[in-house]
Design a protein around this ligand. Sequence first.
Ligand SMILES: Nc1ncnc2c1ncn2[C@@H]1O[C@H](COP(=O)(O)OP(=O)(O)O)[C@@H](O)[C@H]1O
Ligand SMILES: [Mg+2]
Length: 273
Amino acid sequence: MSLLEVKQVNFSYNSKNFFKGKVQTNNILNEISFVIEEGKCLGLIGTSGAGKSTLGKVILGIQRPQQGKVLFQGYDIYNLNKAIKQKIRRDLQVVFQDSNSAVNPRMTAEQIISEPLENFEKLSIGEKRRMVIELLERVGLSERDLKKYPHQFSGGQLQRINIARAIALQPKLIVLDESVSSLDMVTQSLILQLLSDLKDDFGLSYLFITHDIKAAFSISDQIGVLEKGELIELYDSKDQFFSSKHPIVKRLRESILAEHPRFRTISTKVNWV
Ligand SMILES: Nc1ncnc2c1ncn2[C@@H]1O[C@H](COP(=O)(O)OP(=O)(O)O)[C@@H](O)[C@H]1O
Ligand SMILES: [Mg+2]
């Protein structure tokens, strides 16, 4: 059994036309199917508006698809009893792009990271603090950061805090939606390294959503290309991606090759199987 199975998912937003009063249906995702195995990362790339974030929300149980199924550990996430729902809420976490708006500016790092622990675990104050310190250290921060507020951290540090919160409950799958996209190149590669280490240490799986193909290359075991709501191709190896004849993939490839030669150094670290 795969950790996550997405089966023929169709999703549309219904919006009411202001002038005509009619309901309009915008098809966003068409017949999407793929699996993510335990301990693996699927990179989902595609241009802006392709439907990547919507697909992330469908997988997180936030947007119910009109058709199709999302199975997590074999359970249909839109048809769960209370006990399984609780378990899946622990096992399935998310880190969004904008680290600033993802956190409450009036909460300290300690409060931000303890929140999921308070919701799901019965810990004493001392145990909770010890866990938060361990989590801070695991993401490259320290006890000195406990009492700091979001505005006292850089974008990269704040993203480390978001990652610490996401791993606090030892989840199985993390949806990373443009999680490194707003960071500078150096910070981006440090966070990618952290994510990669956490994946190896905890056997974590990721759905790594990005418009940045280079970032996707550096962490993914498999890559999917989403374009206008269609998952046009899935690749298990770098060679497959580079030899694809699909016109959209050709365009994506040209956009990388046209860029700085720096990409060549990143591509040597690729995780392809
Ligand atoms: N809440 C919403 N209501 C209506 N349309 C939406 C909503 N959210 C996103 N869309 C539309 O769905 C399409 C896909 O958006 P999104 O999933 O955010 O794409 P991506 O993350 O690939 O940039 C876009 O055309 C967007 O305008
Ligand atoms: Mg998006």
